[in-house]
Design a binder for this molecule. Structure first.
Ligand code: PLP
Length: 396
């Protein structure tokens, strides 16, 4: 008999994927150039040439048995050490290779981190707006996801609501900064306050509360700023990362969990994640890709186009009359819709070939997300369509 729980999920497919499929189909009718597809967070800039050179060199001159062979189940030691060194250089941390667990992207990292520190029936707290896939990620572990309402003034943490929701069943708190979909970059002040609250609650409840910090957009930060490193604020932090966005490698499925050496049972968490892999059939990411990224750890793609696009859109949206918080990073912007029903708003936008994602699945009603990882030239061409849409439908 098929599994009824998964069957039920078929009715709740990703809105983002469905919109992206619509945009592709519409592109076949009118030419994809004419569809202002702001649906999907797929990087629009190529991986750095050094990555291709490294892979060509590996395939040409490397030992094929090693390159295509099984990775050790906890990852390739030299790769793990290189990742630890790179983090230590950049963030002043004290990781060793044994604190790094390579995974298939940030999704794989989150799957391991959540299972390592929660059991079915436990509660994980996250903050709206949040990446919609958190719901199936958490449901798949048997834990329960509690969503704290957004602080729409700046999309930092709504501490009042958070404190009210905390209870002894909470074993983990899941943050995402820089944030998809709001573009907010959690400040040092936010992270300090979060750490103080979690530390106090750990003492009050008499058990650990782990912070799972999802950071695939860590390097996409604007105005010359950087993302403060959450693990430096709170000992019990599991950092989940991927090179999907910073190196434009989402299809290669490569990331890691970094276990803060100061965390409780830090030395056990990486081997425990190895056991989680055995149970889920995850295994390690491909050996070749582990070896490849290890050579370009301190590089990124040319990410500047995202800041250019953000500025163009932010200026256009505010001058049209949208209410919008300026993103500090990522390649998303999250304006308020021009009517309460964001789905109805986005449906109307489709008539102008503007593909916008309604905010309900991000845990906030009445907003929409634009993923501006597209050509700048297309962003510019979309502005008259945005103006026409807002004018004709809402009189702006
Ligand atoms: C906030 C967030 N977390 C996790 C992921 C999953 O990342 P990956 O593709 O590296 O698995 C994404 C992908 O878009 C994301 O936006």
């Amino acid at each position: 008999m098929i599994n009824e729980a998964y069957k039920a999920m078929l009715g709740g497919k990703s809105v983002i994927r469905e919109l992206s499929e619509y945009a592709t189909a519409r592109g076949k009718e009118i030419g994809y150039d004419n569809v202002f597809d702001y649906s999907l967070g797929n990087p629009s800039v190529p991986a750095p040439p050094d990555f291709a050179r490294t892979m060509v060199d590996l395939y040409t001159n490397g030992d094929p048995v090693a390159i295509h062979g099984y990775s050790p189940s906890l990852g390739i030691p030299s790769v793990k050490e290189a990742i630890a060194d790179s983090l230590n250089r950049r963030f002043g941390t004290a990781y060793t290779g044994n604190h790094i667990f390579p995974t298939t992207g940030a999704a794989g990292a989150l799957a391991h981190a959540m299972r390592a520190v929660t059991k079915p029936g436990d509660e994980i707290i996250t903050f709206a707006p949040f990446f919609p896939e958190y719901m199936p990620y958490v449901n798949g572990t048997g834990a329960h996801l509690t969503v704290i309402p957004a602080d729409t003034a700046n999309f930092q943490i709504n501490f009042e609501a958070f404190e009210a929701a905390l209870n002894p069943n909470v074993q983990a708190v899941l943050i995402n900064t820089p944030n998809n979909p709001s573009g907010a970059v959690y400040s040092a002040e936010t992270l300090t306050k979060l750490a103080a609250l979690l530390t106090a609650k750990q003492t009050e409840y008499g058990h650990d509360i782990f912070l799972i910090s999802d950071e695939p957009y860590r390097e996409i930060v604007f105005d010359g700023n950087t993302q403060p490193y959450p693990a430096n604020f709170y000992a019990n932090t599991l950092t989940c990362y991927s090179w999907s966005k910073s190196l434009s490698l989402p299809g290669e499925r490569i990331g890691y969990v970094a276990v803060n050496p100061a965390a409780t049972d830090a030395d056990l968490l990486e081997p425990i994640m190895g056991q989680i892999s055995r149970g889920t059939g995850h295994n390690c990411p491909p050996s070749s890709i582990q070896l490849g990224v290890a050579k370009v750890l301190d590089e990124t793609s040319d990410l500047s186009v995202y800041e250019t696009n953000m500025n163009l859109l932010y200026d256009a949206l505010t001058s049209i009359g949208f209410d919008v918080v300026r993103p500090g990073g990522t390649f998303y912007i999250f304006p308020k819709a021009l009517e309460e029903d964001a789905t109805a708003f986005c449906l109307k936008a489709k008539e102008y070939d503007l593909i916008l994602v309604p905010s309900e699945s991000f845990g906030v009603p009445g907003y929409f997300r634009m993923a501006y990882c597209i050509d700048t030239e297309k962003v510019k061409r979309s502005i008259p369509a945005l103006e026409k849409f807002a004018h004709e439908q809402y009189g702006l």
